[in-house]
Design a protein around this ligand. Structure first.
Ligand SMILES: Nc1nc2c(ncn2[C@@H]2O[C@H](COP(=O)(O)OP(=O)(O)OP(=O)(O)O)[C@@H](O)[C@H]2O)c(=O)[nH]1
Ligand SMILES: C[S@@+](CC[C@H](N)C(=O)[O-])C[C@H]1O[C@@H](n2cnc3c(N)ncnc32)[C@H](O)[C@@H]1O
Ligand code: SF4
Ligand code: SF4
Length: 326
């Protein structure tokens, strides 16, 4: 289905939990997080109904996210049920990788297509500073397991922050000379005012590109398929690719193709706007499938044309990223 700006909305991001086993400084505060009470979290039955409704109105790709999706019990079964929807949407997962070594095999068997793993440093010590937890070796084991079972092409999401880890952009980029991974550098987004880093810590797309361009000759790679958020490059002849997600500086809103559902049952038509629709109330009001599809269509028509970061009246929203799912 198309929204009011002619964009085809065929991608659903489903956040299955707001809980996480890390505390990345750019995503959530260390203290004072109030998790949604259990009864406010959509059940897997409810999430599946939403996914089925979305698939019925044209969604072709469903990304499961969190918080950290792998901390929710029963996720593998849920993935299997999503993958079995009659329209056979592509099912993908975004994870911090901590539990991936354990779940990669079962997830692949359940029908998951591939995973995106978030990793912001290649140094164990820095990992602890950035995430306020240990677990670097587990994430590396998770990456190896994902590759081994074929949850590929593997994409790695890295958020460079000036003065913190931006000096590792080159090290990450060099990985693509050896491995068929897509390393995606994401601009730090001021999505909540509750984070350790301010917008001044941003490391914009142009600086990211400059930080890897001197390593070897770089060429642009045309994108396959519609509506990805990354601009793609590769070192000439390298097996892997480099992506830059210029979420703030050169926004890609004109090709936005996505709808988000939060774990507490709100539809969020735009990542950067707190205007949300109460899907949970609808689901729990006894609405039938046609009413659910109408609701999702209304949410699609409520999508704004673009984000307003940089505008004078822009204020970061109330939800930290872990409550949205990225
Ligand atoms: N500004 C903006 N950023 C987004 C949007 N969707 C995803 N991102 C950011 O892009 C980063 C990567 O997101 P992923 O969860 O890996 O999903 P994806 O990039 O859509 O995944 P692919 O299907 O593999 O291209 C995250 O930091 C997201 O917050 C969006 O609609 N707008
Ligand atoms: C919120 S996490 C949820 C899934 C999972 N826990 C993970 O880390 O992959 C999804 C993505 O959002 C990104 N993210 C979180 N906060 C961000 C911020 N302030 N700016 C840019 N990206 C951010 C993370 O790096 C991650 O790739
Ligand atoms: S980025 Fe992912 S892993 Fe890190 S705190 Fe946020 S939800 Fe957790
Ligand atoms: S910022 Fe909003 S409108 Fe722009 S691409 Fe992201 S979700 Fe779509």
């Amino acid at each position: 289905m198309r929204d009011n700006f002619g964009r085809v909305i065929d991608y659903l991001r489903l956040s299955v939990t707001d809980r996480c086993n890390l505390r990345c400084r750019y995503c959530m505060p260390e203290q004072g997080i109030e998790h949604f009470p259990h009864r406010q979290i959509l059940t897997y039955e409810e999430l599946l109904r939403v996914a089925a409704g979305a698939a019925a109105i044209g969604v072709r790709k469903i990304r499961v996210t969190g918080g950290e999706p792998l901390v929710r019990k029963g996720l593998v079964d849920f993935i299997a049920r999503l993958a079995a929807l009659p329209q056979r949407p592509e099912i993908t997962l975004t994870t911090n990788g901590l539990l991936l070594a354990q779940y990669a095999g079962p997830l692949k068997e359940a029908g998951l297509s591939r995973v995106n793993v978030s990793l912001d440093t290649l140094r164990a010590e820095r990992f602890e500073q950035l995430t306020r937890r240990t677990g670097f070796a587990q994430v590396m084991a998770g990456l190896a397991a994902a590759e081994q079972v074929g949850l590929t092409p593997l994409k790695i999401n890295m958020v460079p922050i000036a003065g913190v880890n931006a000096d590792e952009v080159g090290d990450f980029a060099r990985l693509t000379l050896e491995r068929p991974w897509e390393i995606r550098f994401i601009e730090f987004m001021p999505v909540s005012d509750n984070l350790d880093y301010s917008p001044e810590s941003r490391f914009p797309a142009d600086d990211i590109i400059a930080a890897f361009s001197h390593i070897a000759p770089v060429e642009a790679v045309p994108r396959h398929g519609p509506g990805g958020v990354a601009r793609l490059f590769r070192f000439v002849g390298a097996p892997g690719r480099l992506g830059v997600i210029p979420a703030v500086s050169h926004h890609f809103c004109h090709e936005c193709n996505r709808l988000r559902v939060t774990s507490d049952g709100r539809v969020r038509p735009c990542l950067f706007s707190d205007d949300e629709l109460d899907l949970r109330a609808l689901l729990r009001s006894g609405a039938d499938d046609e009413q659910l599809r109408d609701f999702l269509r209304r949410a699609i028509t409520a999508k704004p044309e673009k984000h307003h970061i940089g505008a004078e009246d822009f204020r970061p929203g109330a939800r930290p990223m872990q409550g949205i799912g990225g």
